[in-house]
Write a protein that binds this ligand. Sequence first.
Ligand SMILES: [Mg+2]
Length: 315
Amino acid sequence: MFITLHKRVLNLRNALVTAHGNTTERHVIEISVSEGQFCGWGEAAPLPGFGLESFEEAEVALERWVQDPEQLPVSPTALSGAATALESLEFAKTGASLPSASIAVQALVAAVAVGDVETQVIEAIESGYPAVKLKVAATNTDSDIERIRVAAAVTRGRTLLRLDANGGWSSKEALDVLSAVSGDDIELVEEPTPDLTDWRKIVTDTGVEVGADEHLNSPLETERILELGAAQTFVLKPSVLGGPKSTRRLASLAKEHNVRVLISSFLDGPIALRAARDLALEVAPHEIHGLGTAALFVEEFPEDVRPISGRISRP
Ligand SMILES: [Mg+2]
């Protein structure tokens, strides 16, 4: 087996402001593994602030794997990229191809200013997105309440509204903000606080359901979430969870516990987005996934991962 690594930088049109900090560009390592005429692809792209390895660590781990392909990398994004490439190689060897299909995706809005939130949500609706996810908890609670109210006023009756706090609120802040907007239709809030034991009370008191995301990087915390019934949705990111097999495993575990599954991009490049699209089609074909992120980049992504009328399509 022959492995190659290729580094590239993808630039975001606008800085993405989240509770983990600002992101302006993505450093990506594209991975190809080949055996004879067959080739598989993967991608590793750590994002600072999300509790993963650094880019340099991912690079070192992958370079070690190039030298010794029997030893898979251990760090999360390097492993996910390697595992994705290997699975895609195995699939290529079967000579099969997956059927044409498309999947619904959400638009991501992280604008800070209320006016920009309104403009971007309107644009998303006009582009045909069936859901909009608004990043919250990166500024202050008053601004969040205002931003959510504006987004809710625009989305009401037209498209779903989801929130993602990336664990940036305290329990009190989460309860304050979500109670203030509880009359608005909010489909879910991802990671409202860093402490998963807060989440049940948030659901009970505010009526807003919780999605787990960052916590799912830890098997122990995943188990705890299921034990406590702390989340009603799992947002699975194949590019940090160890690749397709681990993601499938988590998706089955979630379904056994009546937890809904959404697949999400980690601001991925085209290769990881494509792999995530195929997983979404496999494990939850009727949900609206967090895979509309190609539109956020300056670089034009290939057509098969670019959202058109709120869907991405496998040819
Ligand atoms: Mg999230």
